[in-house]
Structures are given as C-alpha cells and as structure tokens.
Design a protein around this ligand. Sequence first.
Ligand code: PLP
Length: 419
Amino acid sequence: MHDFKYRDNELYCEGVRIEDLARKFSTPLYVYSSHTILDHFLKLKKAFATLKPLICFSVKSNSNLSVLRLLVKNGAGLDIVSGGELYRAKKVHAAPSRIVYASVGKSRQEIEESVKTGILFFNVESLQELSLISDVATALKKQARVCIRINPNIDPHTHRYITTGTVESKFGVDFDTARIIFLNRENFKNVQFLGLHVHIGSQITQVDPFLAALRRICRFIDELKRMGVCLEYLNIGGGLGIIYKEEKPQTAEEFAHRVVPVLKKTGLKIILEPGRFIVGNSGILVTQVRYIKETQAKRFIVVDAGMNDLVRPSLYGAYHEIQPLLKSVTCDKNILKKSDVVGPICESGDFLAKDRLIPWVDVGEYLAVMSAGAYGFSMSSNYNSRCRSAEVMVKGSKFYLIRERESFEDLVNKEKVTG
Ligand code: PLP
C-alpha cells in the first residue's frame, strides 16, 4: 500500500530513516515517497489499460512541483482549477494537450491564459462561464474546447464538504441545463463541445455511486446522439477513496472491473482525475512533541504541527493515524491513554487527533501523522503567522528537499507598513 514501514522499530520511508530527516530539516515536515506515488499511478493505469485513458492528476491534492514533475514525466496529464495551477503545470512542462481545467469561478484572465496555452479543454460549470469562454476565444481568434460538467444529483456517501454531485452543491449543471446548452451550441462561437465531465465527490469508498452517476450520464450521451451531438470525451473525475483508518475502499482493479464495461459502451475517450488515490498514502507529516498536559478529562499531547499545517482533522473531523517514529519496546510505555494530539494554534479546533488511545510519548519525541500526502501541504496556511513547513521527497535511499521551510521574512515580504 505504501512505503512507510518500520525496520527494527524505526519508521522508514523507502530506504531513509525518517528521524534523520526530522533532525536534518526540523519539524513540522512533510515527507513523500516517490515510489508510492508512482506505484499508485501505475496501478490505476494498469487497471484501466484496455481503455488507455488520460490520467490527469488533480493538482489541488498536492501541488508541489516535484510531485507534479514526477507524475508528468511518467505520463500523467494534469487537472487544474486556477491560474496558479496552470502556472505550476507549465513549470513542470506538462503538455497543454494533457491539461483539463475545472472550477466554478474561472476568471476572464484565467480563461484567456488557458485558451492561449491551448489546454485540452475546460470543464464548464455554468451557462455564464460558457458564454465568457466563447467571448474570450472569439476575441483571441482561437478555438476553446469544452466538456460540460454534469451534476448528476448522486449522493456519494462521503463528508458533506467533499460531496460535489448533488443538487445542493455548487458544481456543474443539471441535465436540463446541459440539454439547453447542447441545443444552443451554435450560439457559442469559437467553442468546440468535446464531451461531458462528472466528479461527484472525494474519498468515495464504494463503486456504486460512481456507477449510478455513470448510468445517468450514459443515458444522456445516448440522448445527445439522437439529437445529432457526437462527443469525443467522457471525463469521469476523481474521488477514489483511500484507507485512513479502517475503510475498505475499492482497489483500482475492483473499480475498473465495474466501470470499464460501462465506459467501453460509450466508445468515448476516457479521462480520470485522481488526486487522493495517488498521493494520499504517499506522504506523512512529521511532528515533534513539545509538551504533555494532563487534565482531569484527558491528556493533551502538544506538538509543533497545527491546523495550519494539516487542516483536515479540524475541517472535516478527518482521521489520520498517528505513529511514533521510534516504536517503544518497553511494556509500560505501551499502556494506552485517551489523548488529544493538538497544535500550538489559538483555536480549540486545532487538533490532529481527538480522544485517541495513544501510548506514552515523551517530550521531544517525533510522531508521524500518516496518510497526509493529499490535501495536506496544499491546504496549509500561515494562520497564527506560522511559517509553512518544508517538504522532502524520498527516492530509494536518497532524499531531496523539494520545498524549503518558510522564513519570517517570507511571512511579511508582500506587506507594507502605512501610517
Ligand atoms: N476533479 C475535480 C473536478 C475535483 O474537484 C477533485 C477534488 O475535489 C478531483 C478531481 C480530485 O479528487 P480526489 O482527490 O478525490 O481524487
């Protein structure tokens, strides 16, 4: 599943002892395994081999340039959601013909830049956005290619903040709106309608919601055919769940086994946009214990990583396994005690684990917050004027600093003092 394993009670990433990285680069520190990243990418590629899909890694899940370059070099395209992500895509020399762009709020400037770059297509999320894309393409005397993002109104049974394909969510257009768009397609000058896009949510552990959404989409594809609309692409988004605790998510093969026959029938070129599946279990956040506070209710383990470094527990109540870098061999240390692992931030919501049974830990000890490779660093912030952490990529027995820790100077260098 991943390359973070104990050897003689010490946690390693591939061939590198993680405590050495913590001492060298200090903490909090993100550590990624390049082998795990590639392994997950290749598993998906292999499972879908008969369809030869374009797998566009979802940049928002982990946007570090080295992570992107690794995947692009190995054949991935990129799924972007902003001008900033387009900039990153160019930095890692992603072929424009392998970039797709979703987001409900694309700006004129972002659309212009993407049309000039010649990205494969926009995943269009509203009628007004489509009109703007048409205006921009016409003004630039270029063609813009689009897929219409369908909101199929399917509940993916995941956290409500990462549910994106029900009527209550802001994403995509319903079938009626999509029908109107296709009926009026001639009105959108300089726009080529290449296909449909659907992304119903993230951390989806069962295949059924995907299938339910695809069945609705396939019926719509047939209807469009009858209307004389021939499509080229079906983009089925991302959303594959991973193991954080005891989930039993479908494997890539199980997922492919169920969806490939449905996709084959469409005869369309297929695009996948996985993020979490590729990087989620490929990264950890290493943190050091600063203080232990015992109260009548529980024990607080105060560490140097906070919600600004990893917001998922605070934002979604997400569970991340917490493991010591050095496993204790003495029995008395292994007595479990109800504990909160909390950060230094001035919010009660600043926690990495709540009411968790954790063995004794000492001040100064290092802990690994597991499965932090997706929506970890990419959602981090400078809240409480904290410098964002460093990131390291491990390849076999080598390691590379792929992002330096921010400095206090970085915190203020765009600010001006007035008055
Ligand atoms: N595609 C789109 C349009 C998304 O919004 C997202 C995530 O929110 C993804 C792909 C990636 O999802 P995941 O990381 O669950 O695979």
